[in-house]
Ligand binder design. Structure first.
Ligand code: AMP
Ligand code: ZN
Length: 113
């Protein structure tokens, strides 16, 4: 039976996505429903249900997710960007595989809705 996690399936290539980056640990792909002119997601290939599931052994991996997010934003013309990790349904998380949102290309308001 295939993995029920959508982002695990994107990471493995089973579900297609428009990828900007892929290496042995991390994948970045354009969000299917962009909320800004630039909006992509960066995920670890390792399944973690969200920020609350990060273990100390994952710290380097999550640091890499953030580094690649900022680097890809820069490479796509966005020096300034918002990096978002939703943690839990009430915080807006709908896909329970950790993902970093990278949003750029418009003015951002604060606090987020
Ligand atoms: P969150 O609400 O933080 O869990 O974010 C989930 C994000 O995944 C949303 O911004 C969705 O638009 C995005 N998304 C859902 N399915 C796909 C998909 N198949 N390909 C790309 N992005 C997706
Ligand atoms: Zn997963």
């Amino acid at each position: 039976m295939s993995n029920p996690c959508l982002f695990c399936r994107i990471a493995s290539g089973e579900v297609p996505a428009k990828k900007l980056h892929e290496d042995d640990e991390v994948v970045a792909f354009w969000d299917i429903s962009p909320q800004a002119p630039t909006h992509f997601l960066v995920i670890p290939k390792k399944h973690l249900s969200g920020p609350g599931a990060i273990l100390s052994e994952d710290e380097a991996l999550i640091g890499k997710v953030v580094r690649i997010g900022a680097q890809l934003a820069r490479e796509n013309g966005a020096e300034h960007c918002r990096l978002v990790l939703n943690n839990g349904a009430e915080a807006g998380q709908t896909v329970f595989h950790l993902h970093l949102h990278v949003l750029a290309g418009r003015a951002m308001s604060w606090p987020p809705g």
